[in-house]
Write a protein that binds this ligand. Sequence first.
Ligand SMILES: Cc1cc2nc3c(=O)[nH]c(=O)nc-3n(C[C@H](O)[C@H](O)[C@H](O)COP(=O)(O)O)c2cc1C
Length: 335
Amino acid sequence: MTPLEIAGLKVDPPWVLAPMAGHTHVAFRELVAHFGGCGLFFTEMLNSRALCAHDPRRDPYCLVGVRDRPLAAQVAGNDPEKIRRAYQRLQAMGSFDLFDFNLGCPRGAVQRYGWGARLLNRMDLCREILTASRSVLKRPFGVKMRTPDRSDPGVWDRWLEMLHHARVDALVVHPRLPQDLFKRPARWEEIACVVRRTSLPVVGNGDIFSPQDALRMMERTGCRAVMVGRAALMRPWIFRDIHAYAQGGVLPPAPEPVEVIRLYWDLLQQWLPETLHDNRLRLFFFWLCQNFPYGTHYFGQIRRQKTPKEMVRRACVLLASEKFPHYPLRPLNSY
Ligand SMILES: Cc1cc2nc3c(=O)[nH]c(=O)nc-3n(C[C@H](O)[C@H](O)[C@H](O)COP(=O)(O)O)c2cc1C
């Protein structure tokens, strides 16, 4: 599979772990890396205000592992000056290979602040943010966005022109409107429409639930790399499977559920402060349990445990005789 190149950065193989708040912290990225990794890892969305107020080197959200490379840092916010400073501080850490700006998050609190997808209605402010950020960034710079406004046929042309002038190096397209959340299927034809209109490297994203989906998205849209979100939470080894499928080989057997749980718990303790263990385990089990027909029941039992150790113990008992089912994955609950 041809690697994607973003301003000199090689994304090889062209599979990307999506940024996911609460999930794509250093311990989870190390888990993905353990199973063979991907061509580009993303941090979760980092808060530009917090980055200005505190030293990112002491921030658990900014911790960087050993095998999670190349690594992109994603920033969210809407104040050009604060965002510029946030990127400067992240860049000074020397740990990130690409910087990304969030124009896609539709979640309540982020929208209320006027961040993420809310900025899709404010192109002038986006221009200011991206130009200010670019002026300090020496590494590749990307944007991850949802569909701006489907009622306006010229909207993508105007966005692409603005991104070009702001000297953005790459674009991730998640083709859903902000108000769609995850309720409607991603419209892959919109990725194809963006690919036709720009010379920027485009990474396609949305509804990849199997290795076949990943290659199908590339074939149908012409995007040069694919980004996987929820399916990687359900199966942190999906990139290894995409790779095997792309090479025409047989998919390696899935690990045992208990092995995955123990490994994640070890990595969590190794990398993240204890204050985060409980919450990050709950988030992890929410998605892992979705692999199984009785996943909701399993998760209900696990979440009732009072300590992280008890959660891990209970999960190991419940999932001891389970096997991960075949692709495609079907999440039981949406986010
Ligand atoms: C739990 C969760 C957290 C997410 N957090 C972020 C985030 O921090 N930044 C972002 O740009 N997108 C975020 N997203 C969106 C994903 O990056 C991705 O665009 C979306 O899940 C579609 O890809 P998928 O169909 O492969 O899941 C999040 C998605 C989920 C499910």
